[in-house]
Design a protein around this ligand. Structure first.
Ligand SMILES: [Zn+2]
Length: 255
């Protein structure tokens, strides 16, 4: 459907021009008619995604009105329905709020505490309150006290000096959102069906792209390993030759 400039579709908010409510005369003021369609860019709050640390998109949904901890917990429950499917760590920008809500509404005891820890991603963690005991104790994405050896790994630099390093990229969702933001102006003009289809397709292709990249990286890695091994073999060969000539020298010395 073509959309001319200044013309909005039936499902877009009718906000152009002055407010329809007359603010001088509130008594006789009628309530504005209910919107025929709830879905609309101004009213749909946000798209929420779940990503693996490698960038693969696991699930997405739309949150109406707000990205509340309750909504987030419900989304997680819907996606991870069985105990075996639940991840060890769930990293959320407002992880501490979600953990607090889960403890209060009982879903922590009922579901999550048996399998999963809820942490805050590194980007947002630095802005969370140092005085927030729950956040600092349970939601630290990279605790330096060795309590989470799966989150913090020890890596050695070229001089053999050890340093702690985050084991996972906890900002993949943020990076994905930045990419999705590029489609916002297109998505804003779509009907719910098109919106869902378009977003799902884009995320599907994005995930395929991520997996292809992973495979290419893996290939390059094995190739480099093979090359290294070949080089090592060559080095060994040279050494042997050297030893051999050494032996020859010593033999000739004996002669
Ligand atoms: Zn926090």
């Amino acid at each position: 459907m073509l959309q001319r400039p200044g013309e909005s579709q039936a499902w877009n908010p009718q906000r152009r021009g002055p407010n329809r409510r007359c603010h001088d005369n509130n008594d006789d003021d009628e309530e504005p008619p209910p919107f025929p369609n709830f879905f609309g860019p101004a009213r749909y709050y946000c798209v929420e995604t779940i990503c693996a640390p490698c960038g693969v998109v696991i699930a997405w949904t739309k949150f109406a009105r707000s990205e509340s901890p309750t909504n987030i917990l419900k989304f997680l429950e819907d996606v991870y329905q069985t105990e075996a499917s639940r991840p060890d760590y769930i990293c959320i920008d407002k992880g501490c709020k979600v953990l607090r809500t889960a403890v209060c509404n009982g879903s922590w005891d009922r579901i999550w505490k048996h399998t999963t820890r809820i942490i805050v991603d590194t980007y947002h963690y630095i802005n969370h309150k140092v005085t927030d005991y729950l956040c600092r104790t349970y939601c630290n994405p990279s605790p330096g006290n060795g309590l989470a050896p799966n989150l913090v790994i020890i890596e050695y630099d070229n001089n053999g000096c050890p340093h702690a390093k985050r084991a996972f990229n906890t900002q993949v969702c943020k990076q994905l959102n930045a990419w999705l933001g590029g489609f916002e102006s297109i998505l804003k003009r779509m009907k719910p069906g098109n919106f869902n289809w378009f977003l799902h397709t884009m995320l599907f292709y994005h995930t395929k792209h991520v997996i292809t990249q992973q495979k290419q990286k893996e290939k390059a890695k094995t190739k480099a390993e093979h090359q290294n091994r070949d080089n090592e073999d060559e080095d060994l060969g040279l050494d042997q030759e050297y030893n051999f000539s050494d032996q020859e020298n010593s033999l000739s010395d004996l002669d």
